[in-house]
Each structure stands twice: as C-alpha cells, then as structure tokens.
Design a protein around this ligand. Sequence first.
Ligand SMILES: [Zn+2]
Ligand SMILES: [Zn+2]
Length: 352
Amino acid sequence: MIGAYLPGNSTVELKEVAVPEPGHGEVLLRMKASTICGSDIRCIYHEHLGKGPEGYQGVVAGHEPCGQIVRTGSGCRRFGAGDRVIVYHISGCGVCNDCRRGYVISCTSERYRRAYGWQRDGGMAGYLLAEEKDLIHLPGELSYADGAQVACGFGTVYEGLQKIGISGNDAVLITGLGPVGLAAGALCRKLGASLIIGIDVVEDRMKLARDLGLCDEVLRSGPDNVAEVRKLTGGNGVERAVDCSANEGARATAIRATRKWGRIVFLGEGGRVEFNPSPDIIHDQKTIYGSWVTSTWLMEELVERLVRWNLHPAGLVTHRFALEKVADAYSLMASGKCGKVAVCFDEELTLA
Ligand SMILES: [Zn+2]
Ligand SMILES: [Zn+2]
C-alpha cells in the first residue's frame, strides 16, 4: 500500500509500505476518510515542532481516521470484519487514571501512549492498524467523512462546549472560523444558542460561516471587536465564548467580550494571551476553561447526538482528494483557503 509521510519542509513523501497484519486485540481497517487537522500543519507539515505528545516520529501521517474493518486479530471482543468505525486518535496504556476516565489523550504512560499519525501509523494510507479499544462505532446514518471529523475536530469542540454549557439562554462568540470554529458554530446551533457571532480575518472562512448558516453575525477581526460584540448583545457581551484561533488579540477579545458571570473556553493551541485579571475576569466573575480533545465516552455520546440532530460534520468538508493527491490536500489546508480538507478512498471519494 501507499503511505504518506511529512518530512517537515512543507512537502509530502509517498512511500510503498507493507499492509500490516493485526495482532492480539488489533484490527486492520480499510481507510475510507482521513481529514487534515490544523495541528498537522502547525506541528508537522511546515516543520517538526512538537515534543512529547506532539512529537512526530516519522510515521504515516493522519490522526483523524475513519474506515471499515477488514480483518481482526485474536482476542477482539466487540468489533468484527465489516464494522464501520471511527478511531479515537490516541492509543493509551488503558490502565492509568486518565485512560480509565476515558481521557486517553492525557495518558501518562510514556511507554504506551502513542497517537495515530504522530507516534504510530495514521490514516494517510490504504490501510490502518488500530487497537480495538480505540474504536468508536460509526452508525449507518453517518458517512465515513462525518466520522473522520468526529475523530478530532467535532469531538474537541463538543468537549469544550460541555465544559462551558450551551443552551438557548446563550449568545456565543466564536473567535477563529477554521474547521474547529465552524464545528463550534454547528454544535452551538444544535445545542440551542440563540445568537452566534463569529470573528475571523480570512475572507473564505467568513463567507463559509455565513453561507453554511453557522454564524448569525460574522465580524472582521480588528481592534473594535469588543465594542461590536457588545453592540450586538444589548451592551452586555456574550454569555459564552469559544476561542478557536490561538491568536493573542482574538483570545483577549473572547475574554473581554464575555459578559459578567460568563464562561470562556480556549480550544486553539499554541501562542499566548495577555489580559488583566481584575477588570477582565475577577471583578466580572468570569471563568476561563482550557479543553484538550475529549474522552472516548463523550465521543460516543457525540456520535449518538449527531444522528439524533441529523447533523453531518462532513458538511464542513470543502475539498476531497485521493491519496495520490495528498500533497495538494496538505498545501490547500496550509493556505487556509478552505473548510475541512479530506483524503478519501473508494465510495467516499465521490460523495459530496
Ligand atoms: Zn486533529
Ligand atoms: Zn494511560
């Protein structure tokens, strides 16, 4: 099979590799959809930035895989050949406190914690070897591209929104309208948010947020954003804010445009922010949350909700590429002039 590797100089290397054989507790997936994440671009594609959990070990790229089981190794207890599955993108030790909570992302075992596409082979290949314990059932109502989006982006957003709580009481500000910000808009909508305001600088993304009906108001990022958000919310600011930008100014806007007693969650990774604790959070009784990926059980809950809501995350996929064209897929994602970018296989390639 062909596998895609990221040497760290904004190129993609395709190599011929052997199809792996599943061992005990493992399954072999035929890949169907594998989406590209902002973190792939930030930490691997341009240069190998990450350390520890974000350290890329020269494996097949792609940590948002979704596919169909073609073979199981011995000892599998739940899944079998033919099952459609999403891969929770970190394989943990399974026995540390974080793994037992389902927050495998935070697994503390240096020896056993390995993320797909970072420290073990990921989804940018014809087949993927996965551990059965990392799999989430993909219901028939959802496509593989829907599932790939759950694997990282939608799961991460759903977790963050659970932390701050979203309901029909809330006006929500989303800073950064890349795939994660757009997912936040889609989920806030289904959770009942009455007013959704988005902020970005990239024209294509602002247009996408409007065209897909994911934001009621879209503002161009700038120094007047706090005043603009207050104006749209009766002078008070929003009840909830979600930062998906990792941008210093946008993070400060998210904090300052949130009203008294409001809650803010930071999802965007890297960078910094400066704010003044007393006027910006303490005196206004605000809470800032950090949120990293999600748990296996909350990912299962999200999949169930997506079916109930008839919400299809693949609606944010603007471009599909065959594996042979994976280099074009990464360079498009790096340009930011797109929604979500997916590498697809078989029947999933021709779906729109
Ligand atoms: Zn991701
Ligand atoms: Zn663990």
